[in-house]
Ligand binder design. Structure first.
Ligand SMILES: Nc1nc2c(ncn2[C@@H]2O[C@H](COP(=O)(O)OP(=O)(O)OP(=O)(O)O)[C@@H](O)[C@H]2O)c(=O)[nH]1
Ligand SMILES: [Mg+2]
Length: 423
């Protein structure tokens, strides 16, 4: 296999974080910067200092104003910082100018998130998706650089010195993008086959969604008694995992855990993770996991609903699970108008897990339809499916087959349609 272009680069350095306050809301900027600091820590770096500027619009040439950048430069020197990180995605021009003005390494929020994804990608699909996002990010930067270089070169009647190399780079990047898209397409086809199988089994799907670090994987482990990686890190989960969960005396469902959301989630990543995230549109029920101990949890909930809407995942029953109650016992958790049920729990202590199970059971029940069928004895596998994922009300063996009344999930209702007895 060709070596991945982007190896994980663990940052072990100190950074000054900078942000533009364009909405005149210090609270908002500070909370976004705090999160940027978490992203830095997740990569093993440290925050050396923080500076913000209140301004109407981000400066197109160098993000913050010149005067402010001078201050940033002094702070970076005073704190021995090895670089500066901007809390928004920078254009190639902003990058270049800031590098010149600040004379230090510049990183933006997008590059940081891409780096974390690269560090945490485990599966072949995850790795390919991250690389694709990184290449698209890099390609836009190469294009910008190309323009400025050719302008320089044009002035003295020659091609810019880096022009040829840039052209080769760009071609290389484009080729790799094509190859990755092909790889991902193949993986998607395999995934469709799996999904088809799942649908034929008629087992309902419940998906965990939420802000990164809310506790989705911990809830997955709690409900399915499995051992998915759960860590106090942003974007610990990048792949979708699915587990079978059985509620005693009720039936089973599939529980899926997937990548979390964050504000300003880079569009390159949303695009590259389209396949992973599209799993959500096949869910019958969503569990929206909220870190109630995070002081910004209500704005995180907004981010989650907005991201879901932008992915076209709307109109599904939602159970909002206010998690980490062990740390937030005195916190008021609001009713959630987007949710059909709200529960409070601690996935860590297990406190309240039965409330979540009940809520899932209630929602699954709402999805089920009551049917009475006469199943020929040759349909043994359908019969066992009804027992497995349905709730049997009565069953009797008759001459032509088994007569059975049960609540079944919609997928299963479709499959037994031809045997339904109507009164
Ligand atoms: N105190 C406390 N910590 C919790 C609880 N649930 C999860 N955590 C911790 O929160 C951190 C994040 O949990 P994860 O389950 O990895 O969160 P996630 O939503 O899967 O996060 P990503 O996959 O990174 O998006 C871990 O350190 C968990 O141990 C809880 O109920 N109480
Ligand atoms: Mg996780």
């Amino acid at each position: 296999m060709e070596e991945r272009l982007y190896a994980t680069s663990k940052i072990m350095e100190r950074f000054v974080l900078i942000a533009a306050d364009t909405e005149n809301s210090q609270a908002k900027v500070q909370s976004s910067l705090k999160e940027l600091g978490e992203l830095v820590k997740t990569l093993g770096g440290e925050v050396a200092g923080v500076l913000t500027q209140n301004m109407e619009n981000i400066h197109p040439g160098h993000y913050l104003g010149i005067g402010k950048l001078e201050e940033v430069k002094m702070l970076a020197a005073a704190t021995n910082a090895t670089g500066v990180i901007a809390d928004d995605e920078l254009s190639p021009a902003q990058y270049k100018n800031m590098e010149r003005i600040l004379e230090t390494k510049i990183i933006d929020r997008t590059a940081l998130i891409l780096d974390i994804f690269a560090m945490n990608a485990k599966s072949a699909e995850g790795k390919a998706q991250v690389e694709l996002a990184q290449l698209n990010y890099r390609l836009s930067r190469l294009a910008g650089l190309g323009k400025s270089l050719s302008r320089l070169g044009g002035g003295i009647g020659t091609r810019g010195p880096g022009e040829k190399k840039l052209e080769t780079d760009r071609r290389h990047v484009r080729n790799r993008i094509t190859q990755l898209n092909r790889e991902l397409k193949e993986i998607e086809t395999r995934r469709d086959v799996l999904r088809g199988k799942r649908e034929r089994n008629g087992i309902p799907v419940v998906s965990l969604v939420g802000y990164t670090n809310a506790g989705k994987s911990t809830i997955m482990n709690l409900l399915s008694k499995s051992d998915v990686l759960a860590e106090d890190k942003l974007f610990a989960t990048l792949d979708t995992t699915t587990r079978n969960v059985t509620i005693a005396g009720f039936g089973e469902f599939l529980l899926t855990d997937t990548v979390g959301f964050i504000q300003k989630l880079p569009h390159q990543l949303i695009k590259a993770f389209r396949a992973t995230l599209s799993e959500l549109s096949y869910a019958d029920i969503l569990i929206h996991v909220v870190d109630s101990a995070n002081e910004d949890f209500t704005s995180h909930m907004d981010v989650v609903y907005k991201t879901l809407a932008s992915l076209g995942v709307i109109g599904k029953p939602v159970i909002t699970a206010y998690n980490k109650m062990d740390l937030a016992a005195n916190i008021e958790t609001p009713l959630d108008k987007n949710a059909s049920q709200v529960v409070r729990l601690s996935a860590k202590t297990g406190d309240g897990s039965e409330r979540l199970t009940e809520a899932i059971e209630n929602e699954l029940k709402k999805l089920k339809r009551e049917v009475t069928v006469l199943l020929p004895y040759s349909e043994g596998s359908l019969l066992s499916l009804i027992h497995k994922s349905g709730e049997v009300l009565s069953a009797s063996h008759e001459e032509n087959g088994t007569r059975i009344s049960a609540y079944v999930p919609p997928e299963l209702e479709k499959r037994v349609e031809e045997y339904v007895l109507r009164d």
